[in-house]
Design a protein around this ligand. Structure first.
Ligand SMILES: *[C@@H]1O[C@H](CO)[C@@H](O)[C@H](O)[C@H]1NC(C)=O
Ligand SMILES: *[C@@H]1O[C@H](CO)[C@@H](O)[C@H](O)[C@H]1NC(C)=O
Ligand SMILES: *[C@@H]1O[C@H](CO)[C@@H](O)[C@H](O)[C@H]1NC(C)=O
Ligand SMILES: *[C@@H]1O[C@H](CO)[C@@H](O)[C@H](O)[C@H]1NC(C)=O
Ligand SMILES: [Fe+2]
Length: 251
């Protein structure tokens, strides 16, 4: 209950963050609670930009239907959560927390995913766009190819739905790179982990084009990884627009 209240209060502060949710906010009848409304971020490229590696059909469905559904469900759950706080319904608050975590996770993950992809013909997909990150990758895995092999093996090792991420862990002398995978609704990456890039291994990310050819999807994804945004995230130059959401849901 305290947690839910904290969630509610920290969501209030979201209204100060431009671009995080749409301008319309509603005050509930008897309270001060505002209703955050997240909106689907536009893709920074056309649906067919990742062809032939990821088809336009997949990109359109994945973005306009799957990502949108996480946002729609998140907004609905936040509205119901605010109502449950108003009515002191702790049972309802507890069950909504799970729904909020799942859908906030989907919104955060997909928002990152779109930005860590780019057209194979764009200069961003040449790993020379990430000089510092590649140096660290070489120091950690030996060379870029060995890193890709390790990351691909981790992706293919995920049973069922999940994500694979390259993350920067810790800070100062202890800072290092790591490959992590998560399944289904496992908690989102730890607070000391900064995602550099991630790969969606849910079937909806590849099935229409690759069917059960998961390995081909994983092989081809390397052609469309945006190394420029990876370098920026590695350098800590990116302020995560959904950080407040993340901090409020995973306290
Ligand atoms: C909810 O609980 C708070 C404090 O515990 C109380 O002040 C408030 O009147 C309650 N609201 C309702 C609708 O029961
Ligand atoms: C709390 O909310 C749940 C789900 O919305 C509802 O079924 C239940 O009756 C509510 N409990 C109270 C005490 O209002
Ligand atoms: C979002 O990513 C986290 C971290 O990898 C993962 O645990 C969670 O299952 C993902 N959620 C969705 C809905 O994809
Ligand atoms: C990637 O960039 C490097 C350095 O700018 C260049 O030598 C190389 O040819 C590029 N590779 C591709 C596939 O374009
Ligand atoms: Fe997805």
């Amino acid at each position: 209950m305290r947690g839910s209240l904290k969630l509610c209060l920290s969501l209030l502060s979201l209204s100060a963050v431009p671009g995080v949710f749409a301008s319309e906010k509603q005050l509930f009848e008897r309270g001060e609670m505002s209703q955050p409304q997240y909106t689907l971020p536009p893709l920074p490229y056309a649906y067919d930009a990742l062809e032939p590696h990821i088809s336009a059909q997949i990109m359109e469905l994945h973005h306009s239907k799957h990502h949108q559904a996480y946002i729609t469900n998140l907004n609905a759950a936040l509205t119901r959560q605010a109502e449950a706080v108003q009515t002191n319904n702790t049972t309802s608050q507890a069950s909504l927390q799970q729904v909020i975590k799942f859908n906030a996770g989907g919104h955060i993950n997909h928002s990152l995913f779109w930005l860590n992809l780019a057209s194979a013909s764009a200069p961003e997909t040449n790993s020379s766009a990430a000089p510092e990150l590649i140096k660290r990758i070489q120091a950690t895995w030996g060379d870029e190819e060995k890193f890709k092999e390790a990351f691909s093996a981790a992706l293919l090792g995920i049973q069922g739905s999940g994500w694979g991420w390259l993350v920067k862990v810790g800070s100062g002398d202890k800072q290092h790179l790591s490959i992590i995978t998560t399944k289904d609704q496992d908690p989102i990456i730890e607070k000391d982990q900064v995602p550099i890039f991630g790969v969606d291994m849910w079937e909806h990310a590849y099935y229409l084009q690759y069917q059960n050819g998961k390995a081909a999807y994983v092989k081809n994804i390397w052609n469309v990884i945006n190394w420029k945004t990876a370098e920026e995230r590695f350098a800590g130059q990116v302020t995560d627009p959904l950080k407040t959401l993340k901090d409020s849901v995973w306290q």
